[in-house]
Structure formats: structure tokens, C-alpha cells
Design a protein around this ligand. Structure first.
Ligand code: G3P
Ligand code: MG
Length: 233
């Protein structure tokens, strides 16, 4: 089962910071999930558009100045990283799952990904783009038809093929609270990988493993991997 370090090793370091990503790498994570927000011509690694949810800042991200943002503490004195820093840090070391938050990332993100491939040696298959914003994923796929995309959903669709529509999706990313074996089976029969977020506890890991899930997002990548290795054959 594939293990994604959710927002880095965010159970033990501040989420979506370089420290959380370094810790995930030190713990041997094969894949790291991170959240992306656009700020002017930058792509920031940040879950929320409201700064106070995860940082020392206040107010909306869109209302900040570059100067005020530089002072923000994302935890343990860590700044909010730029995506480019993470791409540099993780090149050749793990896969990344870039979760697009917001609706307007592509004009900045796509040229940055092109640069990451050209200058840092990233392969598209190691940069999985996912989002709850399916129209943004469709726009990305129109520009980059050969890149893998992951469809995030927070519901059980009535009709999975209908929901997928014309998108060529490589993985379905589901809330572990409601994922069930029937949906996993149906998605896998359509050729999709199925990944569930966020699974930190043995009960969830066990239940997901039994339903044949392909991977989990966890805030404790080392602990979750160790539990799976010792309990699931
Ligand atoms: O990408 C999986 C998961 O991170 C989606 O939810 O709110 O943790 O970004 P959230
Ligand atoms: Mg996320």
C-alpha cells in the first residue's frame, strides 16, 4: 500500500512546511501530499486561504502584502514555503501529490512545472496533480494530457463513470470516513488507483487495507507504515 505523508509528516512537524517535508523524507516517505494556494505570481504551500487557520498570520491570503507574508510563522519558526523550494528539495527523492486549492493556480503552476521538468529533472509521473476543483483538473489535462491527475471527492457519487466524464483520471482520492469496498472495487475495475485520506489510526488502516485500497494519506507516515508492515501481510 502506498503511503502519502499528508501535508508532510504533519503529525510531528508543522503542516506544509519544509520541516514537515524533511521529516517525511527522513522517515523514508515515498510520496508527500501538499496543498497549494496562489498568491500573486507565486504558488505557496498552504492549506487555507485564511492565514489564522494554520499560521501566525491574520486575514485572507489574498489581502496580504509580500512583506507581511514573509513575517508569518507557519509553526516552529518556519515560513510558508514556495512550491519551487519544495520541488528543489524533493527532486529525485520522492513523489509529490500537489493538491490544488483555490481556482486560479494554472497560469502560474503550469510554467513552474515545465521548469521543474526541464531544470530539476522531475518526471510527470512523480508529480500527481489533484483537486476537489474538477473543472480546474480538466483545464490542466487539456494543457498537459499526459500528466496523471487525481480526482478528490468528498462524497460517494451516484454514478462513478458519469462523474469522471471525459477526464482521464489515474486515481480517486476519497475521505476514509465513507469509502467502502464496493466503490474501491468499482474504481479499480475502471483502472483507477484508490487512495484515502486521512488515516492515522490502526482501525482505519486495517479497514482500508481489508478493502484493498491502493494507498493512504497519513499525518504519521513512519508510524502508519510500521503498523501496516507488522499487521498486514
Ligand atoms: O489530498 C488529500 C487531502 O489532503 C484532502 O483534504 O483538507 O486535507 O487538503 P485536505
Ligand atoms: Mg490536502
Amino acid at each position: 500500500m502506498k503511503i502519502f505523508a499528508h501535508r508532510g509528516a504533519s503529525g510531528e512537524a508543522p503542516e506544509n512546511t519544509l520541516a514537515a517535508f524533511e521529516l517525511a523524507l527522513a522517515q523514508g516517505a515515498e510520496a508527500i501530499e501538499l496543498d497549494l494556494q496562489r498568491f500573486a505570481d507565486r504558488i505557496l504551500v498552504l492549506h487555507d486561504r485564511w492565514l489564522h487557520h494554520t499560521t501566525s498570520g491574520q486575514g485572507l491570503l489574498a489581502n496580504q502584502s509580500a512583506q507581511s507574508l514573509a513575517q508569518v510563522d507557519a509553526g516552529d519558526g518556519q515560513p510558508i514555503p514556495d512550491l519551487w523550494q519544495v520541488l528543489e528539495m524533493c527532486a529525485g527523492r520522492c513523489q509529490l501529490n500537489l493538491e490544488l486549492k483555490g481556482h486560479d493556480l494554472l497560469p502560474v503552476l503550469v510554467p513552474m512545472l515545465d521548469r521543474a521538468v526541464a531544470e530539476l529533472g522531475w518526471q510527470p509521473e512523480d508529480l500527481l496533480i489533484s483537486s476537489f476543483h474538477h473543472r480546474q483538473l480538466a483545464a490542466f489535462q487539456a494543457m498537459k494530457p499526459h500528466w496523471p491527475i487525481g480526482l478528490l471527492i468528498s462524497h460517494i457519487p451516484l454514478d462513478l463513470p458519469c462523474m469522471l466524464g471525459p477526464l482521464k483520471v489515474s486515481s480517486l482520492h476519497l475521505d476514509c470516513a465513507f469509502v467502502d469496498k464496493a466503490l474501491v472495487f468499482e474504481a479499480q475495475a475502471l483502472g483507477l488507483k484508490v487512495y484515502a485520506y486521512t488515516a492515522d489510526e490502526p482501525e482505519d488502516l486495517h479497514r482500508l487495507a481489508l478493502m484493498g485500497i491502493d494507498g493512504v494519506f497519513t499525518n504519521y507516515p513512519a508510524r502508519s507504515r510500521q503498523w501496516l508492515h507488522s499487521h498486514i501481510t
